[in-house]
Design a protein around this ligand. Structure first.
Ligand SMILES: Cc1cc2nc3c(=O)[nH]c(=O)nc-3n(C[C@H](O)[C@H](O)[C@H](O)COP(=O)(O)OP(=O)(O)OC[C@H]3O[C@@H](n4cnc5c(N)ncnc54)[C@H](O)[C@@H]3O)c2cc1C
Length: 386
């Protein structure tokens, strides 16, 4: 059973995150989007609020909160700006939660306190130019060199890649082993041979940093390996279980933002001598957004409940991710419609919501990949490869 009753502490966390989004994120979102500016001041504030690495235990600098409480924070940040939400999701779910789960004590001590405080950023380097959905098929190579390793390859579409101090890099150690040859490495980005290039021209998420990484024969010590050789695929999949949840929670925020903006606008704007909100066809669009918001939130909370109670949740997380991301795209599209021509310019947040929502059905596993995960879970048949 899911306990839908929030505790007093969770209500307080939500209220604080809502105020933070209203006061610190929303006022700068439009300018950051227009200027494609990765807002390092805002990143600093997210760190100060404890919103980076919040699910990490307190002994490593996190807040030790549960997944349901984490979703409340991510929803509010996502309502404010998906670019800021991407920082929270990548840093917390993809990087910190992986280090906490798979890292050695030394790796945790070295990286987690600085990542949780926002003093350092981390990035998650899985995707490559030739390898997206087929994530096990990596070309980046890690070869043994004495006690350590040498890593060469390229990574594509890496969020925070130009600002990160540490990159969680997935590489193949033995191509004959397939996904059993993969390994995960914590690579300091100051290493010789590491370079990054900013990706320009994105449809949305313009205030988020996206990079192409070149890894040119980077030498790392044995202490860079996270988990065992052969654990790389498991590390990536467990990170995505947390990352997809975070993306889904952020999309609940987009849906809620669409409802809020559309209710306000439709009550204020009049046509035919009546507020737009008085027209049944306008109310239908708003009702559809409300249903999408509520359904997404319930699915996210269910996945969070399963995570918090230590139950299997890969399929339920995919259901939440698939539904919420598609719901955010639908809701943003509806919200633009409610706003008419005004919805097409950035005086209102709804056109940014649509542009920003669009990537969420692509990254951390496309909608098609989520359907294949769900289909595999219920049929027992893997349709990922024909
Ligand atoms: C802004 C942005 C930020 C990102 N951040 C990161 C990051 O921080 N770290 C990281 O590692 N990656 C990141 N990514 C990469 C992202 O996860 C990939 O783009 C995504 O996994 C899809 O891979 P692809 O782009 O290569 O598409 P492809 O895998 O080439 O897929 C293209 C199309 O084919 C479909 N398809 C593929 N295989 C199948 C199949 N078996 N059955 C049915 N349909 C299929 C897909 O669903 C899709 O519609 C980011 C991407 C973007 C755009």
């Amino acid at each position: 059973m899911i306990d839908f009753e929030l505790t007093d502490e969770q209500r307080l966390v939500r209220e604080t995150a809502r105020e933070f989004a209203d006061k610190e994120i929303i006022p700068v979102a439009r300018e950051n989007d227009r200027n494609a500016r990765f807002d390092t001041d805002l990143v600093k504030k997210l760190g100060e609020m404890g919103y980076l690495g919040s699910i990490v235990s307190e002994e490593y600098g996190g807040r030790g909160i549960d997944y349901r409480t984490y979703a409340l924070i991510v929803e509010e940040v996502g309502r404010g700006d998906s670019s800021a939400r991407t920082v929270v999701s990548v840093q917390t779910s993809l990087v910190c939660s992986s280090i906490e789960r798979w890292g050695t004590e030394e790796q945790k001590q070295r990286w987690l306190p600085r990542l949780c405080s926002g003093e350092a950023l981390g990035c998650f380097g899985l995707t490559e130019p030739d390898t997206g959905s087929d994530a096990a098929n990596l070309k980046t190579r890690a070869t043994r060199d004495g006690d350590g390793w040498r890593i060469s390859g390229q990574k594509q579409w890496i969020s925070l890649g130009n600002y990160a101090e540490v990159a969680l890099i997935f590489a193949q150690t033995d191509p004959e082993q397939g996904h059993r040859g993969l390994a995960a490495f914590l690579v300091p980005t100051a290493s010789d041979g590491f370079s990054s290039t900013e990706v320009h021209g994105k449809l949305g998420l313009r205030a988020s940093d996206t990079a192409e990484l070149a890894l040119d024969d980077i030498a790392v010590g044995a202490d860079a390996l996270m988990g065992e050789v052969g654990d790389g695929f498991k590390v990536a999949m467990s990170a995505l279980d947390s990352g997809r949840y975070s993306v889904a929670a952020g999309c609940v925020g987009i849906c809620q933002g669409c409802v809020d903006a559309s209710v306000a606008y439709s009550k204020e704007r009049e046509q035919f001598g009546r507020p737009l909100a008085a027209f049944q066809l306008v109310q239908e669009m708003i009702a559809d957004m409300v249903v999408d918001t509520e359904a997404s939130r319930a699915l996210v909370w269910r996945a969070g409940f399963l995570k918090d109670t230590g139950q299997p949740n890969t399929m339920e997380t995919s259901v939440a991710k698939l539904y919420s991301t598609e719901a955010a795209v639908r809701s943003a599209n509806n919200a633009i419609q409610v706003h008419g021509g005004s919805g097409y310019v950035d005086d209102y947040p709804v056109e940014r919501y649509l542009r920003d929502a669009r990537v969420t059905t692509l990254y951390e596993g496309t909608s098609q990949i989520q359907k294949l995960i769900i289909g595999r879970a219920v049929t027992g048949i893997n349709a990922m490869t024909p």
